[in-house]
Design a protein around this ligand. Structure first.
Ligand SMILES: Nc1ncnc2c1ncn2[C@@H]1O[C@H](COP(=O)(O)OP(=O)(O)OP(=O)(O)O)[C@@H](O)[C@H]1O
Ligand SMILES: Cc1ncc(COP(=O)(O)O)c(N)n1
Length: 272
């Protein structure tokens, strides 16, 4: 009988297209050798062209899913994705007072890459005040940085300023992702712990298919935090993992296809 692998919980929305949300998380978690657990927050109607609607799961059911897996199966690390509403954020914060989920990564998903809103306007405050102070790591993209801090990031120097502003909201570590710094010829992600900046520089591939890249990165990071690695070690692994996953991205439907965390199984992305 095989030993039980580390367990990572994703608290996230469902993407019917299978490229982002909890489907992306599960793909990445399994590819990284950990067991994935889910607390579903919302069901989106989504394909490669975008999101046409969603329904939220009742907040108490979201919290009950977290409690059910944490109390029986045990959680070694957790992440959040689409949280949809202030009520769901409050319920997640409440259950985290009662159960231990280990290192906690907040990916503050606010919109889909096509620009469809996935978080209510009035939920931003709950995100800032209830989840950021509990987070081991927050992983915003540049649009989320603007929504949360009001700061417009146009350069690598701005990424550092944004990391400082976000750190002041209480997370232990901040990773400001640079995928949306379109003029930068490379993709720089900046990690900050309140004292030191660490830069994770990778190539910028000229690919249209980057759906799910943020979810895949945060899941890969969680897979290593669940094994007891430090945040910088886990982010180094995650950055390498996402670069290879972007390199292995594939077209799907008529719009934007997903990155592929399965590059390792498919023997692709190895040479990048
Ligand atoms: N074209 C690209 N080539 C290589 N790496 C990329 C590319 N685009 C994004 N990345 C990397 O993917 C990760 C996610 O970055 P990004 O800033 O796009 O976050 P995101 O907007 O949350 O992702 P998404 O919305 O696509 O799920 C980062 O590590 C970033 O550097
Ligand atoms: C359920 C869900 N969660 C997260 C995203 C963000 O991913 P992306 O920015 O790649 O659209 C999404 N589109 N759908």
């Amino acid at each position: 009988m095989a030993g039980t692998p580390p367990r990572v919980l994703t608290i996230a929305g469902s993407d019917s297209g299978g490229g982002a949300g909890l489907q992306a998380d599960l793909r990445a978690l399994f590819a990284c050798g950990v067991h994935g657990l889910t607390a579903v927050t919302a069901v989106t109607v989504q394909n490669s062209l975008g999101v046409t609607g969603y329904v939220e799961i009742p907040a108490d059911v979201v919290a009950a899913q977290v409690e059910a897996v944490a109390t029986d199966i045990g959680v070694n690390a957790a992440k959040t994705g689409m949280l949809a509403s202030a009520a769901i954020i409050e319920a997640v914060a409440g259950v985290l007072d009662r159960v231990d989920v280990g290192p906690f990564v907040v990916d503050p998903v606010a919109a889909s890459m096509h620009g469809h809103q996935l978080l209510a306007d009035d939920a931003l405050d709950a995100l800032r005040t209830l989840l950021f102070p509990r987070a081991t790591l927050v992983t915003p993209n540049l649009d989320e940085v603007r929504l949360i801090t009001g700061l417009e990031v146009r350069s690598r120097a701005d990424q550092r300023k944004a990391a400082e502003a976000l750190h002041a909201l209480g997370p232990r570590w901040v990773l400001v992702k640079g995928g949306h710094l379109w003029d930068d010829p490379e993709c720089l992600d900046v990690l900050y712990d309140g004292e030191e900046f660490t830069e994770f520089l990778g190539p910028r591939y000229d690919v249209a298919h980057t759906h799910g890249s943020g979810d895949t990165l945060a899941s890969a990071i969680c897979s290593r935090l669940a094994r007891g690695e430090s945040v910088p070690e886990a982010v180094r692994f995650g950055k390498d993992f996402i670069v290879r996953s972007v390199a292995a991205a594939y077209p799907l439907g008529g719009g934007v296809g997903p990155v592929s965390p399965l590059w390792r199984l498919e023997g692709r992305g190895e040479g990048t």
